[in-house]
Design a protein around this ligand. Structure first.
Ligand code: 4AD
Length: 481
């Protein structure tokens, strides 16, 4: 009868466990509720049994109390269950509310005995004992069943919300850019080429089969950055941003590189100073450092205190320091001469390697730092040439324990200088005609930046490797599922 009365009471989506546990929950202690979720743990005693139920909506599970322990007899870790009962204030420590369970439905068994004994199938791999990072990467379809794996997904969600709110409050329009492109924005030769395979099979349509072998009629690539397309949009919408997957055929097997990652990119017109670009980047990151995320708090528990302090300090209103590339090189050269700390050589005109970036952020500054005005030869064709020195008007945001988190620049809006840069980089002008057009027709000074989303999650959470900061990572030699 309880089940019947419950059925008449509920329509549509039922509250999640997060909603039930929230202060503003409407659940009344006299009305039965239904909770759907998975069993995280079961504890059986003589007269009572307890289980923690999670539906993934919150880092906290719901404590379920079985005053009749027989009800909990068939519960196993990982099983999908539907429980009905009354939500009551809890007398136990650590949780405000608990579910006093009246009925139990196992809607999806986990490791039913028949499978393990008769078919000798594997037991449920997500066990209480600590599982290695490598093991969880091999089982990434189950990784989000661990506390950390689930927290990462929710932290991504919360952080995206914080970034959306920040950019929308600043008058930016969220826009969509293509994933299939004809250009290599960064010119690093790391594009994945696509689109030729379909044409080698007959489509069954004679006319279609006569078409050129390229599916798009020209070489096509997966995007490495939305920037060039965003520039086109910013030349009419003024302030735009996007959050898009990017693909790079990166060979480097580091904890900072993925072949498929997400980037937040912002682009806006009528800006003429790198300092302004840095300010927007800084405020955007600060909005994520200050977000009220239970998962961020959960992931930061146990973080090295010195690391946690850097994050706390970074959230303060004080402006993050800005130094030029040339100043950074002078400091790096000094330390290299006296202490020979680095594996890679240091010198003006050389790339800052990750070890150099980290030293600047961790030791020279002790927090996030903007490094500006890199040598022209180190940067892509679209960056605006500075009046003095052979440098461009750009910045990288470097943060402790990670290195580069953001890259951005003013864009070359002067048509003649842009044409020179296209030629200098050996690019085919035909491919960039539309891009040059943007300068011809009311080309305002403009600029923007790209923020590596997994790197941000890594920095905020203290999770060392960005392969753990995306649910299903792809890198050279690895693509499960
Ligand atoms: O410095 P990058 O290459 O800059 C651009 O792509 C610009 N077009 C962005 C713009 O101005 N709109 O990349 C920007 C950021 C890096 O700072 C880094 O955080 C991240 O993207 N990133 C990667 N993250 C994970 N895996 C990779 N392979 C990455 N490559 C870059």
């Amino acid at each position: 009868s309880l089940r019947r009365s419950f059925a008449t009471l509920t329509k549509g989506l039922r509250p999640t466990i997060r909603q039930l546990l929230s202060q503003s929950s409407q659940a009344s202690p006299t009305t039965p509720i239904q909770v759907n979720g998975w069993v995280k743990s079961v504890r059986r005693q003589k007269r009572v049994a307890f289980a923690v139920i999670t539906d993934g909506s919150s880092p906290l599970g719901l404590q379920a109390v079985f005053l009749d322990p027989a009800l909990a007899r068939s519960l196993t870790n990982g099983a999908a269950v539907r429980l009905t009962g009354m939500l009551a204030n809890s007398i136990g420590a650590g949780q405000a509310k608990e579910l006093q369970v009246h009925t139990v439905d196992i809607v999806g068994e986990c490791n039913p005995e028949i499978l393990t004994t008769i078919l000798s199938m594997q037991t449920y791999p997500i066990q209480k004992k600590a599982l290695t990072t490598e093991y969880l990467r091999d089982h990434c379809h189950l990784r989000t069943r661990t506390d950390e794996g689930a927290s990462v997904v929710r932290l991504r969600h919360d952080t995206l919300n914080a970034l959306h709110s920040y950019f929308q409050a600043q008058g930016f329009c969220y826009a969509h850019t293509p994933l299939v492109t004809s250009s290599d924005c960064e010119g690093a030769g790391e594009t994945f080429r696509i689109g030729t395979l379909l044409s080698s099979q007959s489509s069954g349509d004679k006319e279609a089969d006569k078409q050129p072998p390229e599916f798009f009629g020209r070489p096509a690539y997966l995007t490495v950055s939305a920037q060039l397309h965003l520039e086109a949009l910013s030349a009419s919408i003024s302030r735009v941003f996007t959050i898009s997957p990017c693909f790079r055929a990166e060979r480097s097997q580091t904890g900072r590189h993925l072949a498929e990652f997400w980037m937040l990119e912002a682009e806006w017109a009528f800006t003429e100073s790198v300092d302004d670009l840095c300010q927007v980047a800084e405020d955007a990151i600060k909005s994520t450092l200050r977000q009220p995320s239970a998962d961020l708090a959960a992931l930061q528990t146990g973080m090295d205190p010195s690391r946690a302090k850097i994050l706390q300090d970074a959230a303060r209103p004080d402006r993050w320091p800005r130094i030029t590339y040339t100043e950074a090189i002078i400091e790096l050269e000094k330390v290299q001469a006296s202490r020979r700390l680095f594996e890679f050589p240091v010198g003006w005109g050389r790339t800052l390697q990750s070890e150099h970036e980290r030293w600047v952020a961790e030791h020279l500054v002790g927090g996030p730092v903007f490094v500006t005005d890199y040598p022209t030869q180190l940067k892509p064709f679209y960056m605006r040439q500075n009046v003095e020195g052979d440098t461009v008007a750009c910045f990288d945001l470097l943060v402790p324990h990670l290195g580069e988190l953001i890259g951005g620049s003013l864009r070359e809006e002067r048509e003649d200088k842009l044409l020179q840069a296209i030629e200098h980089h050996g690019l085919n002008l035909e491919d960039y005609k539309w891009y040059v057009d943007l300068r011809k027709y009311g080309g305002a000074p403009h600029g923007g930046f790209g923020l590596g989303f997994e790197r941000l999650i890594s920095w905020l959470s203290g999770i060392e490797n960005i392969r753990e900061c995306i649910p299903m990572p792809r890198w050279a030699g690895r693509m499960l599922l």
